[in-house]
Design a protein around this ligand. Structure first.
Ligand SMILES: Cc1ncc(COP(=O)(O)O)c(C=O)c1O
Length: 380
């Protein structure tokens, strides 16, 4: 199956043997009848497995060209499960410009358990090698990065990971498998905040992992069940429904993203626009090679360069909603320094470009002209 067919049918054969419903039923149950101890039809308790969640997990595996999918109660719960593969003394080399919550989980929770993180600018993949030693176990990559839209070369990073026998995990939340498929580029684990583009309608919080290797999948399934951060059947249904339109939504996100990025670039009250589709983006060539399009995530700074100018601007928007999150059909605007990235100390975030005048846009699938008009009015 091609990608656009997989979003709709991938892993969905025979989801309802009872009545043949086209969508899988929402199995709102915590437990399953056994005829004799251990005599069940494949499900015994909904933390360990639920048929609606299983349908979603098969869909996740299918769209990412993996073999095994795992769904969690949030993106962070999915990342948490990955870090639980490791033990005190182990080291992880991570992208330095990443979602603030991932940074918080790594530094505020897992450093206390003796796992060491190195936050590294990975725009030049060769730089990663400087931070690898005998204790290193994994490279954690986010690309495009949140919120600076840096692009990291997944294939080049996977060569380094193989050479040192490390796992490579890629947070594919921004790109989605419509734009890039990290497992095909050599990654071992793909992670999603399914809250974003996969769900696509800002109505659910969920996370996902996809892997190819069965032994790794077994370890992660063990953690998923043992730690228990699973999602419910209703939310599984919603994300499964969202995935069915992922390809057409992403196509429009990319078109609108391009129109908005070009508008911002030409506006005198905008200083810098970060979007991987620009030819002068430092890793544009890598983006062109590993992505099918450039997406609808854009960050920019105001020409005044102040916190006040950014705050005033986002307050004046009407079609864009000032809100956390991204990836829904509706356009959102955020102020990373005070919202999504507030958990990163100011000195740290400013090193990567997350300055007070930075605004992040999740360009939705409304009419592009209305979005540009809204920005024009707010910029004044
Ligand atoms: C790139 C990225 N990774 C992970 C997460 C965490 O996902 P969740 O909010 O679903 O826990 C987010 C949330 O914004 C994100 O943007």
């Amino acid at each position: 199956m091609k990608f656009n067919t997989k979003t709709i049918h991938g892993g969905q054969e025979n989801t309802d043997p009872a009545y043949g419903s086209v969508m899988p039923p929402i199995y709102q149950t915590s437990t399953y009848k056994q005829t004799t101890p251990g005599g069940h039809k494949g499900f015994e308790y909904s933390r360990s497995g639920n048929p609606t969640r299983a349908a979603l997990e098969r869909s996740l595996a299918s769209i990412e060209n993996g073999k095994f999918g795992l769904a969690f109660g949030s993106g962070l719960a999915a990342i948490d499960a990955v870090v639980k593969l490791f033990k005190p003394g182990d080291e992880i080399v991570s992208t330095n410009d990443l979602y603030g919550g991932s940074y918080r989980l790594f530094t505020k929770i897992y450093e206390n358990f003796g796992i060491k993180f190195h936050f590294v600018g990975m725009q030049n993949a060769a730089d990663i090698e400087k931070y690898i030693n005998g204790n290193t176990k994994m490279i954690w990559v986010e690309t495009p990065t949140n919120p600076m839209m840096n692009i990291i070369d997944i294939e080049a990073t996977s060569v380094i990971a193989r050479k040192h026998n490390l796992l490579l995990a890629v947070d594919n939340t921004f790109a989605t498998p419509y734009l890039q498929q990290p497992l095909d580029l050599g990654a071992d684990i793909v992670m999603h905040s399914a809250t974003k583009y996969l769900g696509g309608h800002s109505d659910v919080v969920m996370g996902g992992l996809v892997v190819k290797d069965e032994a790794l999948a077994d370890r992660l399934y063990f953690i998923q069940n043992a730690s228990g951060a699973v999602c419910g059947p209703q939310d599984s249904f919603l994300v499964l429904r969202g995935i069915k339109t992922l390809h057409i939504r992403m196509q429009r996100h990319c078109e609108n993203g391009e129109a908005v990025a070009n508008f911002l670039k030409s506006h005198p009250r905008v200083k810098q626009v970060y979007w991987p589709g620009f030819e002068d983006h430092p890793n544009h060539e890598i983006a062109k090679r590993q992505m099918k399009g450039f997406g609808g995530m854009i960050s920019f700074t105001t020409s005044e360069g102040t916190l006040e100018s950014a705050v005033k601007l986002v307050e004046k928007l009407h079609v864009f909603t000032l809100a956390e999150s991204l990836g829904g059909v509706e356009s959102l605007a955020g102020h990373p320094a005070s919202m999504t990235h507030a958990s990163i100390p100011k000195e740290e975030r400013e090193k990567t470009g997350v300055v007070d005048s930075l605004i992040r846009l999740s360009v939705g699938i409304e009419d592009a002209g209305d979005l540009i008009e809204d920005l024009k009015n707010a910029l004044g």
